[in-house]
Design a protein around this ligand. Structure first.
Ligand SMILES: [Mg+2]
Length: 288
């Protein structure tokens, strides 16, 4: 798998964790690489994280040196607000989630209400999940509320290690007998539809997805008709890639390597930046 002809894409959907940032720090060369992509086409930062709003995400990225505007962020909180709007217009929603999800739901025109009033139960990652919240969710569901989840990622990476992700909330509610009607984050088709729209691209073939996770970034891209590049700076190891039936269009050591920029000295994440990268021999091996 050679370096892709990036010039033939009109837009790039770039995942956040494990692609731009890892362990709370920008990955080496990622700031420069994102800038280079921006010269080639439209860039959308495309994340399953629902804990921040688009505005807060952009502010966070700007602090790290990435030139990203709120309109250039598509995350699962925003997608969920859009999806509910598409299904039933401005709606009454009971939420288990954090501030970013609340903000995006309200910006989309929905109203956050108690379980007695809600037409929808929506969930995102919630670091204050409690028995009380599950009880209220159950009441909403018993009254006929429809259950939509921002995402269902099992865990979430932090500098201190993995923590329970949005999937823990979905699992707790599913354990009460109520599976979600839809999970709107990657790999759902709606996530890619909303991201393409934000990028202003109609033909999915004009857009490249860049991510670190096979079962969300790469699988979702394939289903939605987009090409994909897997970078090995995140959760997927070369061995996992080798064994997986999910095949990206391209594989690169990092975003910087994909784009062809040299990381500047002194930008390495603190604490060594996680596992070492695979050897070039392993990387270029290709079975299919
Ligand atoms: Mg990721």
């Amino acid at each position: 798998m050679g370096r892709p002809e990036l010039g033939r894409y009109r837009a790039f959907l770039v995942d956040l964790d494990g692609v731009l940032i890892r362990g709370g720090q920008p990955l080496p060369g990622a700031v420069e690489a994102l800038q280079r992509l921006r010269e080639l086409g439209r860039v959308i930062v495309f994340s399953n994280n629902s804990t921040r709003s688009r505005r807060a995400f952009a502010a966070r990225l700007q602090r790290e040196g990435f030139a990203v505007a709120p309109e250039e962020v598509v995350n699962s909180a925003y997608i969920l607000g859009r999806r509910l709007l598409e299904l039933s217009g401005p709606s009454k929603v009971f939420m288990i989630g954090e501030e970013g999800l609340k903000e995006e739901l309200e910006l989309a025109g929905h109203r956050l209400v108690g379980p007695e009033e809600a037409n929808f139960l929506v969930t995102g990652m919630d670091r204050e999940l409690s028995y009380e919240k599950l009880l209220l969710a159950l009441r909403a569901l018993r009254r006929g509320a429809r259950f939509f989840a921002a995402n269902a990622d099992p865990t979430y990476p932090t500098p201190e290690g993995e923590v329970p992700g949005a999937g823990a909330v979905v699992g707790a509610i599913q354990g009460m007998g109520f599976p979600p009607e839809e999970v709107v984050g990657k790999p759902a088709e709606v996530a890619f539809r909303v991201a393409l729209e934000a990028a202003g691209v109609k033909d999915p073939r004009d857009c490249l997805v860049i991510g670190d996770r096979l079962e969300t970034d790469v699988l979702g891209a394939r289903r939605a008709g987009l090409e994909s590049a897997l970078v090995l700076t995140g959760v997927t190891s070369p061995d996992e890639l080798e064994e997986s039936p999910i095949r990206p269009t391209y594989v690169a050591e990092s975003l910087a390597a994909l784009v062809g920029v040299k990381p500047r000295e002194g930008r390495s994440p603190r604490g060594g930046g996680g596992p070492s990268l695979p050897s070039p021999r392993r990387r270029s091996r290709s079975r299919r």
